[in-house]
Each structure stands twice: as structure tokens, then as C-alpha cells.
Design a protein around this ligand. Sequence first.
Ligand SMILES: [Zn+2]
Length: 85
Amino acid sequence: MTYKNCVQDFIDDGTAVTIWCHNPKCHHRGELDLLKLRDRIGPDHGMLFEEIKDYFRCSKCGGKQLGMTRHPLTGGKPNPHRVRG
Ligand SMILES: [Zn+2]
């Protein structure tokens, strides 16, 4: 069964995902590469944080205390509020 909110749905809907680090001394964040993730876990994999969190760790501090936010891409235009980590 294919269910809503799988990796491919996010790609089709133009939903961007930011993963960020809960470590108070780090707070690293980065935009998730959904195409890479699809290659890795498959297009039908669920995108609930509980379902994907084990695939990630912070690239800066190595921490596993991560959070995830999702936000729509605005028609492919660069987002002026984007935070670069
Ligand atoms: Zn970190």
C-alpha cells in the first residue's frame, strides 16, 4: 500500500524538509536532499519523523537529537528567509 506523505509525495508536492540539531551547543541545520533520500530508502517510504530519524545524524556534532520541519517550496523561487547552516 502506498500511503500519503511518502518520499515521492514530498517531491511531487514540492515540499522541502529541514533537519536541525537539538544540541544547544550546535543548532546545525540543513535542508534534506529528498532525491538522495529517495535513492536510499525508496519512494514509498513514509516521511514521518519517527520513520526516517534513524537515517540521520548531525553532520556537525554527530548528535542523534534531531528535529524536522517541513515547508512548501514557493514555485521554485529562492527563499529569502532560508537559513544556511
Ligand atoms: Zn549538531
